[in-house]
Design a protein around this ligand. Structure first.
Ligand code: SF4
Ligand code: SF4
Length: 391
């Protein structure tokens, strides 16, 4: 797209500059991820949050978007991700896709496939990823800073070493779009289905891609939220920019996405980061920070220090307070993504006028775009019943 600027700088150096990464920076230990802290840290009490995802134990409420139909639908959207991901939970403490990478692959052939030119090999890999469910795909060199220093094991309730082989030099990063109409109903149990389905498609796309590469005689590991921080990798892979709400904003689907990735030793051509005006727009916007019910998203400039142990330190960025955010999720018994819903980049970009809007956001007319966005009522919540009645 012509409104995107490609950054002609080594991707890792670009992130150094973008986030002012200090020498004190340390890789993130997944033990401190808020969902894992809920397992061992008394300060983070999940109450019945996780149980509500169990089909036999959710507690429907009278509120619209939280009734029996809504929870049944949301939990069904998570079903395959849970069944596959928790296959080794009882025996090994693994939640594949969240605390551990996937271990589903069938061994490949002893012979490696003959590779095409680097350009054609890379193009074929991207073509396959789109066929397998990715909305967009990019490649980055594996930057060790984003790999977790340790990952969390739910059986021993503690961190363990992570074993991604050093010769896995690349990551194929997949953007999985979530349903736009469902995301307009956040927060509700109903809209949690957008999240669940996003992970379900991510599970399919990442594992199928990893098996494809394995079948070609190379090595590959499929991953969702486990093993490494997806957002900086997606930025390095040229898939989007970082927003005030701490999420990736893509030019094709805004922030309404999930991210999956595949680590591999297959030689590929990395992409370059891109910019399309997000940082400047976030500086004048603040919608997510204003509309967050628990004020977990910072206003003003990027912070030098994280609000608590659940975020990276030694890096200057807008950081959401994960403790406040998760507490709100627990109170609702479902995930919230009001910050995605109200973001002016959350649009249906199959419409030309919305593509025009993203261009205005990247121009001196960005204040006008923000005003227009408000006037036209974008970001307002749709009633969950409207979604059910639509069809
Ligand atoms: S998910 Fe909800 S509670 Fe959490 S930061 Fe976003 S708006 Fe706030
Ligand atoms: S809502 Fe506004 S401030 Fe927040 S991420 Fe989106 S554009 Fe940036």
């Amino acid at each position: 797209m012509f409104f995107k600027k490609t950054i002609r700088e080594a991707s890792n150096q670009y992130l150094d500059r973008l986030f002012d990464i200090k020498s004190s920076f340390q890789r993130f230990n997944q033990k401190y991820d808020i969902f894992n802290r809920a397992m061992w840290d008394d300060k983070v009490n999940p109450k019945k949050f996780f149980i509500s995802y169990d089909i036999a134990n959710y507690a429907p409420k009278k509120a619209k978007g939280f009734d029996h139909w809504d929870y049944a639908f949301r939990n069904a959207s998570w079903h395959m991700t849970d069944v596959v991901g928790e296959y080794n939970l009882e025996s090994e403490g693994k939640v594949e896709g969240f605390t551990d990478y996937y271990s589903l692959h069938t061994q490949g052939p002893p012979m490696k496939a003959e590779l095409k030119t680097p350009e054609e090999t890379t193009a074929r890999v991207k073509q396959a990823a789109k066929m397998f469910g990715a909305g967009s795909v990019g490649i980055c060199e594996l930057d060790q800073r984003w790999i977790y220093s340790q990952h969390f094991n739910r059986k021993i309730e503690d961190a363990q070493p992570l074993d991604i082989p050093e010769d896995y030099k690349y990551a194929i990063v997949l953007i999985i779009p979530m349903d736009y109409n469902l995301s307009k109903t956040f927060p509700a149990a109903l809209s949690g289905a957008a999240t669940g389905l996003g992970y379900g498609v991510g599970l399919l796309a990442a594992n199928t891609m990893a098996q494809f590469i394995t079948n070609l005689g190379y090595n590959a590991i499929a991953s969702l939220n486990d093993s490494a921080l997806s957002i900086p990798m997606a930025i390095e892979a040229g898939l989007g920019e970082y927003g005030r709400h701490g999420l990736l904003i893509t030019p094709e689907f805004g922030p309404n996405i999930r991210i999956a990735k595949i680590f591999t030793d297959m030689p590929l051509i990395p992409d370059q980061p891109v910019e399309f005006g997000v940082r400047k727009f976030c500086e004048i916007c603040n919608h997510c920070a204003q509309k967050c019910p628990v004020k977990a998203i910072p206003m003003g400039q990027a912070q030098e220090e994280p609000p608590n142990i659940s975020s990276l330190s030694g890096i200057k960025k807008w950081t959401t307070n994960a403790e406040k955010c998760f507490k709100f999720w627990v109170g609702m018994n479902t995930d919230c993504a009001i910050c995605i819903r109200v973001c002016p980049y959350n649009k249906d970009y199959s419409k030309w006028w919305n593509r025009l809007g993203i261009m205005l956001a990247n121009s001196p007319l960005r204040k006008f775009m923000l005003w227009l966005d408000d006037r036209l009522g974008f970001g307002q919540r749709k009633a969950p019943t409207e979604w059910w009645n639509k069809n």
